[in-house]
Design a protein around this ligand. Sequence first.
Ligand code: NAD
Length: 476
Amino acid sequence: MTPSFELFVDGASREGTGGGRIPLVNPASGEQFGEVAAAGVGDMGSAIESAHRAWESGWRDLPPGKRARILFGVARALRDNLEAIARLEQRNIGKPISDARDEAELGARVFEYYAGAVSGFCGQTIPVARGGFDFTLRQPMGVVAAIVPWNFPFPIACWKSAPALAAGNSVVLKPASLSPLTALALGRIAHHAGLPAGVLQVVPGSGAAVGDALVTHPRTRKISFTGSTAIGSRIMQLAAPDLKRVSLELGGKSPNIVFADSDWERAADTSPMSVFANTGQDCCARSRVFVERAVYGRFVERFVAATRRLAVGDPADPATQLGPLVSAAQRASVEEYLADARARGSTFAAGGGRPRPEGFYLEPTVLLDVGPGDRCWREEIFGPVVCIVPFDDEAAMIREVNLSPYGLSGSVWTNDLRRALRVVRQVESGVISVNSHSSVHVEAPFGGFKQSGIGRDLGMSAMEGYTELKNVYIAD
Ligand code: NAD
């Protein structure tokens, strides 16, 4: 029997009306294993109205201690279901099970962090010149639309929902059509753990149809979006007439900068997974590697050897590091980039082909001799493709790094502290790490410069972004 999944609205699973059903395909085999109900515009409207009622009639005014207790309960319930969540993600989008387990755990940790933050989240008292008493309030906004992509469906659903709920909002969560299952599981688990009905609604459906309806609905006060730069720009335009608040986490083309004075062997060994993890479907993928010429040849050799050691295979196998791409369409889009690289005479130092006949697999691919105008160098490919180039001059290299319209993440490898500080200041990106590839920490802000986005997820910045700031003055 084909498993079937419904919307999760008002604390119960519901059929959609008018949106039809979306087939769910296992990317490792290419076979359909189920389907999910897609919301119609009417379903979305009623989910938003009832999220607003749930907010106004209770959640908004719940004492912080009670709200924290409920969110800690959600975190505990998520922990009780980590393996089930990981298995759903693995089957739905072909994510290697070891990564899916880490991401399920990350989601639970995010709920713990924001549950803990509720009681300490407060305004300021401010000494103003006229005497009297001035203080600020951080007030919830109302209904928050959380629109999430298919590459990290569960953790991103959690890192949008948890701070929005902790700040006292209700949430309408719209997962991507390709990856609705763990978002629906989040809705069910959170409700059974004590989150009141309607406070977290999970409404799968087509972005173009119900996504627009969610963004433009008069009750929606803030849109927190993660996805492509093109759709982010559209959402900003849709939100503009009513001046709705938006935060946007968008695409990237992040640099990985390796100086000759660094532990470049370690950089070469670890860098392949900084771009190929999640089969390259990662907004933070370090897909442009700049290597100082003195170590370029040796670095490339070592990088290619490490790439060839990566375990590409069945996502259900705990030893697998790279699974398939999410869909046939995504693989076709990446293969177009590879065809362009071939036509322009780039060198394929590794990969370029399909490693398996079934499923949507593609080999991790290392491109050399790439020109500054080439599509593979300039555009976000969102697949397992990296370009490596040599550089001679630090200032010219930084200029090239910053020519990208994106500015999400990046790494700098050097053992010279002054150089590290100089380069991290100059690179135009919201997140950067030195001698490491980590980008995401639950406690620290995450987001982009330029066309990589507006606003920040995670840390206390996210919670601030789900409130309005009110200043109150009381005369003496
Ligand atoms: P996408 O922009 O196609 O879709 C993202 C979400 O938006 C989906 O839920 C989709 O259904 C919805 N959507 C589509 N059209 C809409 C509309 N008109 N109105 C409202 N919602 C709409 O992105 P994707 O293909 O799911 O994800 C890949 C992209 O996401 C990449 O560009 C990647 O870099 C980016 N991304 C960014 C981050 C980050 O934190 N910066 C994290 C993950 C992914």
